[in-house]
Design a protein around this ligand. Structure first.
Ligand code: HAM
Length: 407
């Protein structure tokens, strides 16, 4: 990552943190490496991630470990390990950092990418889903992302889904020959993924497929209905898509994606949903949970860069000759001790070279230090826009620089 990209990332992360703090989420940092089982048990053996995308290898002791492909599984592992359910409260956590998936790289799809995510663990109710979506919307808005759409669906509980999968399989059996090769395979191992295929042939088959909406039990339908009512009441716009499924197996009930038209084929910049069985299935207490993750690289592809503050340089100290360098380095340190952002021109080429560097970096002020200045104890402070220069004492220079926001 280049310094410019790192700067943008740092800004986005800081903006996200402001919102997490406002919503009273606490940060969690999980290891990059986990025992492979943490992911296989949670994400699902038949998912693309576990089947072919994880970076897994034996460690020195022969234990199979993997680079984390996502954050949720490790967080639940930590929740169980540390007994965080003891408080009986909802645990609200957020995280940010790199994830790894060995996918075929393309626009918006990387092998090492970053996520900013949040999880609310401890109960299952639609108001928690609503708060989480409100949080996601607030994070995106604070990062100056505009023009996104929130797409909702419910995948129902395990019982609903089992019944629905059977209906869908039966439907696809009669139309199987019309599906793409991948989907012919998927229809026996992970049939819901057929709904998600972007190929024209599959889209036209799936158009007539039964809808999960007709297979939701009363509780799942009520929870989904309440979530929609709360979002409408809170003026959160969303659209529904009963064909939207997720690439991870742990979801139950309401799920969502945030899509952006500026992204092309990989148009989901964030996704998440409820996963009420995961904690229990991983050996922990039977508590509901919900969460989301934003793909940072994808999000930054559509961020309104006009609103992103440009990184700024402070004042550049230019020593006119070798003899003044020691004074110049002392001066930069004195300026820094007064919170004045500054750098020294180390090229030592010439005044011209130093000025060229200041121009290139868009600096507003430079300090020129020659033999006369060292003797008099005054420095030449030059304004790059007006070309005006003044001999000032250190205190006078600090005052001008602080006022002109060179800090
Ligand atoms: P996911 O849908 O696999 O969900 O990933 C979330 C987001 O990460 C995607 O919408 C996308 O923006 C980004 N992303 C995924 N793979 C890549 C990639 N190869 N390159 C670039 N960006 C990518 C999860 O990871 C779940 N853990 C979300 C969640 C949290 N559900 C509940 N809690």
């Amino acid at each position: 990552m280049s310094p410019e990209q790192a700067c943008l990332f740092r800004w986005a992360e800081a903006r996200a943190r402001e919102v997490f703090d406002l919503f009273e989420f606490s940060e969690i940092r999980t290891p990059l490496l986990e025992e492979t089982e943490v992911f296989t048990r949670s994400i699902g053996e038949d998912t693309d991630i576990v089947e072919k995308e994880m970076y897994s290898f034996p460690d020195r002791g022969g234990k199979n470990i993997s680079l984390r492909p996502e954050g949720t599984a490790s967080i639940i592992r930590a929740y169980i390990e540390h007994g965080w359910n003891a408080s009986q409260d909802i645990v609200k956590l957020y995280y940010m950092g790199p994830m790894f998936r060995g996918e075929r790289p393309q626009k918006g799809r990387l092998r090492q990418f970053h996520q900013i995510g949040a999880e609310m663990i401890g109960a299952s109710n639609p108001y928690i889903d609503a708060e989480l979506i409100l949080n996601l919307e607030a994070v995106l808005k604070n990062i100056e992302v505009e023009g996104f759409r929130i797409v909702l669906n419910s995948l129902g509980c395990v019982e609903d889904r089992t019944a629905y999968k059977k209906k869908l399989s039966d439907f696809l059996k009669s139309r199987g020959a019309d599906l793409c090769e991948d989907c012919r395979r998927r229809s026996s191992v992970n049939v819901l993924r057929v709904l998600d295929c972007k190929k024209e042939v599959c889209i036209s088959v799936v158009k007539d497929a039964p809808s999960i909406m007709d297979h939701l039990c009363e509780k799942c339908a009520d929870d989904y209905g309440t979530l929609k009512t709360v979002l409408e009441d809170m003026a959160v716009s969303y659209e529904e898509n009963d064909r939207m499924v997720r690439g991870l197996d742990y979801y139950t009930g309401s799920v969502f994606e945030v899509r952006h038209p500026g992204l092309g084929a990989q148009d989901a910049l964030a996704a998440g949903g409820r996963y009420d069985n995961l904690t229990r299935d991983m050996g922990g207490p039977d508590v509901g949970a919900t969460g989301y993750a934003i793909g940072v690289e994808r999000m930054l592809m559509v961020v309104n860069e006009d609103k992103v503050p440009a990184s700024s340089h402070g004042v550049l100290v230019i020593a006119l000759d070798e003899a003044c360098r020691l004074e110049a380095i002392k001066l930069t340190q004195r300026l820094r001790s007064r919170e004045i952002k500054c750098d020294m021109d180390h090229s030592g080429r010439s005044l011209k070279g130093g000025m060229r560097k200041a121009n290139r970096e868009g600096r507003k002020k430079v300090i020129i230090l020659g033999e006369d200045e060292v003797k008099s104890g005054k420095f030449m402070l030059k304004d790059m826009e007006s070309g005006e220069q003044k001999a000032l004492s250190f205190e006078e220079a600090v005052k001008v620089l602080a006022e002109s926001r060179q800090i």
